[in-house]
Design a protein around this ligand. Structure first.
Ligand SMILES: Cc1ncc(COP(=O)(O)O)c(C=O)c1O
Length: 379
């Protein structure tokens, strides 16, 4: 039996009745844009994260772009981030007119190195006229970045912290004396509800969250054509609203997110146990960080061999991501070269994402772990 990398059908089976009923209500009143489900979802998501405001938007990329714009980022500014992420992190920065500046990641967690950020700021040689304006830490694979040190640096250099929490719905981080949800720590937090995420819609969707009422208002106006009233526009904004139908799906799935995440965590623990005797590196959670295991990523210099064996056995797997952003053609104009970020480059060559979703059975997890072990033993 094939083992799926993600299993959206199994998720849907759990929420289908509830979501279908909600969708029927939407069809009855035809409020496809700006229906009451949007505000309902925003309120529940904000409550779940423990933040003052959540603003539904069209995608995670919209969330990042609007959060950056709301924080005042624009042409002439730099935004410090990591090259080990999905292209959207850098694309959103570029779309504001600012320049992404990459710093390398921590070798053990694969999240942005606070020391590297500090070194860059201390060196004081910047790439643009205004210099750095914001930091975008990415909670890669669902593991929160080291937010304590990053907040400290941001305060010292007066930078906004815009969390890319697009893979980290429900992850937690211990910061400044207490546990907080990823996305709820910085100036603004950005989420994607792309279907395969821990909290996924039935299409494109995203959200920006913040405790700052003024920033929330700015994001809210920007996502809706800069609108003050129906045909009065304060500024030239975007069409980046969250669909009512997607909000209905998200309302249904949000109720199950905690349970689904705890299943993911249990599956991750099981993988770690079963793979402990194999010559592969399994993910770690540093003290003060709790991953929501959007992805379960192992590392091995023999990654390609393991991948081929899994594919032969019809076990879904992937590489997130094979090409760090500084080596992407889309970022060529930034002028980086191979060798600039050795930790990210090494990681890209050795990582493999194993199947990870809340509906994997013990048998599935065993089968995957045995296939990994067999691939390594056979060579
Ligand atoms: C780390 C990261 N940032 C940004 C995004 C962009 O989100 P979306 O695809 O919803 O625009 C994603 C989603 O794929 C992501 O994984």
């Amino acid at each position: 039996m094939p083992i799926k990398f993600v299993d959206l059908a199994a998720q849907n089976a759990e929420v289908r009745q509830q979501v279908d009923a909600e969708c029927e209500r939407i069809h009855d009143c035809t409020a496809y844009v700006g229906g009451p489900q949007v505000a309902q979802f925003e309120a529940r998501f904000a409550q779940y994260l423990g933040v003052g405001h959540a603003i539904g938007v069209g995608s995670g990329t919209d969330a990042l772009r609007l959060a950056l714009l709301a924080a005042g980022v624009g042409p002439g500014d730099e935004v410090i981030t990591t090259p080990m992420t999905f292209i959207a992190t850098a694309a959103a920065i570029l779309q504001t007119g600012a320049a992404p500046v990459f710093v390398d990641i921590e070798p053990d967690t694969a999240t942005i190195s606070a020391d590297a950020v500090r070194r860059y700021l201390e060196a004081g040689t910047f790439r643009t006229s205004n210099g750095p304006r914001a930091i975008v830490p990415v909670h890669l694979y669902g593991l929160p970045a080291a937010m304590g040190p990053l907040l400290e640096i941001a305060r010292r250099y007066n930078l906004a912290v815009i969390e890319d929490a697009c893979q980290a719905h429900g992850a937690r981080v211990h910061v400044e004396g207490g546990w907080k949800r990823a996305g709820a720590v910085g100036t603004l937090g950005c989420f994607s509800f792309y279907p395969g995420k821990n909290l996924g819609a039935w299409g494109e969707a995203g959200a920006v969250v913040t405790d700052d009422a003024q920033l929330a208002e700015r994001v809210s106006v920007l996502r809706d054509h800069g609108r003050l009233s129906h045909y009065l526009h304060r500024e030239s904004g975007y069409n980046a609203r969250l669909d009512t139908l997607q909000a209905a799906v998200l309302l249904g799935k949000l109720e199950r997110l905690e349970e689904w995440n705890s299943r993911r965590r249990a599956i991750a623990r099981r993988y770690c146990e079963l793979l402990s005797r194999c010559d592969v590196q399994t993910p770690i959670e540093p003290e003060g960080a709790e991953s929501c295991y959007h992805l379960f990523v192992i590392r091995s210099p023999r990654r390609d061999l393991i991948r081929q064996a899994l594919m032969r056995d019809q076990i879904g797997c992937g590489i997130h991501y094979p090409v760090p952003l500084h080596l992407q053609p889309a970022c060529a104009a930034l002028g980086y070269r191979r060798g600039d970020f050795p930790v990210s480059e090494r990681l890209a060559d050795t990582i493999l994402s194993l199947p990870m979703h809340p509906h994997l059975t013990e048998h599935d997890v065993r089968t995957v772990a045995e296939a990994v072990a067999a691939a390594l033993c056979a060579h």
